[in-house]
Design a binder for this molecule. Sequence first.
Ligand code: ADP
Length: 159
Amino acid sequence: MTKLAICPGSFDPVTYGHLDIIERASKVFDHIIVAVFHNDAKTPLFNTEERMDLLKKSIAHLDNVSVDSHGGLLMDYAREKHACAVVRGLRAVSDFEYELQITSMNRKLNKDVETFFIMSNNKYSFLSSSMVKEVAKYDANVEDLVPPCVETALKQKYS
Ligand code: ADP
């Protein structure tokens, strides 16, 4: 049976921190779907199509990874896709409480899907899409933080 996992997130935009988690997860599971979700707590800079497009370009070298989007509950989506797992990245302690809350709610909603956490690479443990947007707005160099296609897209957004 194919072991399919979902990497959900806002990806507004995708960073090397996200890609590190996706790449590592792709070595453990047969297939990964990177799913763009709407997060009510965040107003996105890039629309869903743009975020998916940047993700597709950034994961093109990974054979067993695809990109999708969903507007509803993650656990409904997981059921629909027959996923066995959800993979999230964990950065500094600040991620922990939020992830704990979501994970326990998700387990209530769907007991068949296990959530796995991958510890962030030290290099990226303080990297977030919000931080990248904040500095890119002032034309700072973000080439170590995001793939080239994202760097170009940020320049266009803020030009
Ligand atoms: P969300 O709005 O769902 O938190 P994000 O796009 O911010 O979506 O994050 C998606 C996933 O990627 C989350 O599990 C988050 O913890 C993880 N993530 C984001 N940035 C990093 C990073 N620098 N290192 C490791 N994981 C990360």
